[in-house]
Design a protein around this ligand. Structure first.
Ligand code: BGC
Length: 723
């Protein structure tokens, strides 16, 4: 079927409306009986369409965020039910990521300088005839009620403004070759959360607390008079005095201003989202109260697949924080954070979190789309930009290890979790060109040396500790980069094997890398160096490396000191090498630095820094301090894999074969959870009873169950073991 949208033209307003969002209008008649009506549409910017007063679809921030110049999604909606004899179609367009302000230095118009739409409405009548409504210069445009809307800054909406001065739209001669059908999940609303507390802060402000940090917006209903104003700003946290802390937003304003019309009215923002738990009420008409406001979490429409709960409430809160970290940062692309002037698709963050993400929710479609963008953004030499979609200038976005390796690790994880080869077929070229990039940019053969790296980002072992001056940790950057190089090549060997391709070249390359690695990096000096050598199977002696890791942890007051890179594999490096008890100790540690420290400090999402807020309530530097960064949430994968023992078997991906190998620890009395695979739901539960452990498992197909020293091969069913 030819896509009708390709027959249409891009259209724009004749005049630039500045900050005001344009609205496009088309009226048309349908004299006959409609069997089916279908609208294909997209925008340069973000759009909302409305046919005869009814919003079309519930995709928030459509058409989503992609490498627009190469891949620009359009959406197809069934609008049969909305068609009447006389019709009016409105499409309002915000700047969005396409041309709004992005990055801390607030670049604008990254993909283009005009807001435009392209659409085709295809109406089928019962007499077999077809009517098409294409975007062309018979459409009209006007200023809309949305007076300003920016991803970072919020929205100004004037409900008393009535669009008038309609003028003919003009054709924008722009390429259509980048148009592609919707690939990802849509972003939409997920429930509503009422105000939990109204706080009068020490500095005299009124703050509404929704009790949960999230990404989304606040909606409200009001009965008002024309010209009444409602204004509020969003923030994630209260400072030590109890005042709303917004300095960590940097330049992002996260501010809503709504000007009322007469009577009953409802509002929710259109083209912006906020990272927040609190709003500071700056203006509202008399008679309005906290009960008129609701927080609305907004995120990609992923199906929940994983659950975890245990006897320790703090660990449960940590797990919930991971879930909220994912909800808040899976807004069409995997972002680092949802609040400050960043919210970008940082590859390293996505890479360290993907395994956890794929347990929690079905993220296959979500990541396949993003990986297509990653491949599209890759340079000819294989360089992977640090953020995807690629909005950073080349000189600030030099490829680096663990970030660029997302090109290889993410497709492999999607394959292992979902058992779908197509992701490997689609990405193999991108995966291999990343390896070529390293090969052609290293200063030492078979290693990755001499590049400017991000190291073990935010690790605590840097000289001077956790500070703005050194955010890359103490691990040897060449070692980290070479370890990832080896790991990525090892994945490519497996991926080629799955696809039935020769592995000779990569096997040879891998052998050389391993030899060079072992020759150059004889000693592991940091926790992360040991962790990588263990997790990626690079250590000459696993036993000695594990012992060294244990010693480094002991010498550090039994605490972790790892950053984004090491933390991901820290607990599994311990539990897979005979130190499960120590892994549990790190998980259950409550003093700084630890996961539960943030829980004790009241966190409802995962923090960017182990010490985002210190014990005395003071903050890490305002310059980079997100309280909703999922990276350290990668620990949830260990809860699924080691506490519950639900682990994928790479040789039978997609959980075709289930390996259930829980490793209980007495400090938890019980733990239980589940994971939904395409074969059915896997359930695991264990509980300490008087003198024995009772295990209960449900498996949807073939499984190997390992409890203590026993191993059982079973088929579909529910099993109870007492040992
Ligand atoms: C982001 C991180 C990211 C890092 C790398 C930060 O500003 O928030 O999560 O990975 O930069 O430089």
């Amino acid at each position: 079927m030819i896509n009708d949208i390709m027959k249409s033209e891009w259209i724009k307003s004749r005049r630039d409306y500045g900050e005001v969002c344009p609205v496009f209008r088309k009226t048309f008649s349908c004299g006959k009986n409609v069997i089916k009506a279908k609208l294909q549409i997209t925008a340069m910017g973000v759009y909302e369409a409305c046919l005869n007063g009814k919003r079309i679809g519930d995709f928030f921030l459509a058409p989503g965020w992609t490498e627009y110049d190469k891949r620009h999604q359009y959406q197809t909606y069934d609008v049969t039910e909305c068609i009447k004899n006389e019709n009016v179609l409105y499409v309002t367009v915000g700047k969005g990521w396409y041309r709004g302000m992005l990055i801390e230095w607030r670049d604008q118009n990254i993909w283009g300088g005009v807001s435009a739409i392209i659409a085709a409405l295809n109406i089928e009548y019962d007499d077999g005839t077809i009517q098409n409504v294409f975007t062309d210069n018979t459409w009209q445009t006007s200023e809309s009620q949305i007076r300003m809307s920016e991803i970072y800054d919020g929205e100004t909406y004037d409900a008393s403004f009535i669009p008038s001065n309609w003028e003919p739209a003009s054709i924008l001669h722009a390429a259509k070759s980048s148009l592609i059908p919707q690939e990802g999940e849509i972003v939409c609303e997920h429930g509503q959360i009422p105000v939990k507390a109204v706080i009068r802060t020490p500095n005299g402000e009124t703050v509404f607390d929704f009790g949960q940090n999230m990404a989304g917006y606040v909606c409200f209903s009001v009965n008002a008079r024309k010209g009444d104003i409602i204004e509020y700003s969003h923030g994630e946290i209260l400072d030590k005095d109890g005042n709303l802390y917004t300095k960590n937003l940097r330049s992002a304003k996260q501010h809503i201003k709504y000007i009322c019309c007469d009577g009953e009215q409802n509002y929710r923002p259109h083209f912006t989202f906020m990272g927040f738990r609190y709003i500071r009420m700056e203006r509202m008409p008399a008679g309005m109260s906290a009960s008129d406001f609701m927080a609305v979490p907004v995120y990609s429409d992923m199906r929940r697949t994983g659950y975890y709960i245990c006897s320790n409430d703090k660990v449960n809160r940590l797990y919930e924080n991971v879930i909220w970290g994912q909800k808040s940062n899976f807004i069409d692309i995997p972002t680092d954070c949802p609040q400050r002037d960043e919210r970008l698709g940082w590859t390293g963050d996505a890479q360290v979190f993907i395994k956890t993400a794929a347990y929690n929710f079905d993220v296959k479609k979500f990541f396949k789309k993003w990986l297509h963008d990653l491949a599209a953004a890759q340079k000819d030499d294989g360089a992977v930009p640090q953020v995807i979609p690629s909005v950073l200038p080349n000189n600030t976005s030099l490829p680096c290890a663990a970030w660029g390796d997302a090109a290889v690790i993410c497709p492999w994880q999607i394959y292992v979790t979902y058992g779908d080869k197509s992701v490997l077929e689609e990405q193999l070229n991108s995966m291999e060109s990343w390896i070529n990039y390293i090969l052609s940019h290293t200063t030492e053969e078979y290693l990755w040396c001499g590049a400017n790296q991000l190291g073990d980002w935010l690790a605590l072992d840097a000289v001077g500790g956790s500070s703005e001056e050194n955010m890359r940790g103490a691990s040897n950057e060449d070692l980290v980069a070479s370890a990832y190089f080896a790991y990525s090549v090892s994945i490519i060997i497996k991926a080629r094997g799955v696809l039935g391709l020769s592995t000779v070249y990569y096997q040879n390359l891998y052998d050389n890398i391993l030899a060079a690695f072992r020759k150059k990096f004889k000693e592991y000096k940091t926790q992360t160096e040991c962790v990588l050598a263990l997790a990626f199977d690079l250590a000459t002696s696993k036993k000695e490396t594990a012992e060294k890791l244990v010693r480094l942890i002991k010498d550090n007051d039994n605490k972790l000191s790892t950053g984004f890179v090491g933390t991901t594999y820290l607990l599994s490096a311990l539990s897979d090498n005979g130190y499960t008890e120590l892994a549990y100790s790190l998980l259950l540690e409550e003093d700084y630095p630890s996961w539960l420290f943030s829980v004790n400090m009241g966190a409802t999402t995962i923090w960017e820094h182990w010490d985002g807020m210190k014990k005395d309530g003071s903050m890490w530097s305002d310059k980079m301090n997100s309280f909703n960064h999922y990276a350290y949430g990668s620990v949830a994968a260990w809860m699924y894999e080691t506490i519950l023992g639900i682990k994928a078997d790479e040789s039978k991906p997609g959980f075709e074969n289930v390996i259930l190998h829980p490793r209980p620890d007495r400090r938890l009395k019980w733990a239980e959870g589940s994971f939904e695979t395409k074969y059915g739901t896997i359930k695991s539960r264990w509980q300490y009873e008087d003198g024995y452990i009772r295990y209960e498992f449900t498996v949807p197909n073939e499984a190997v169950i390992i409890t203590g020293n026993n191993s059982y091969k079973v088929s579909k069913g529910t099993y109870v073991f007492c040992e």
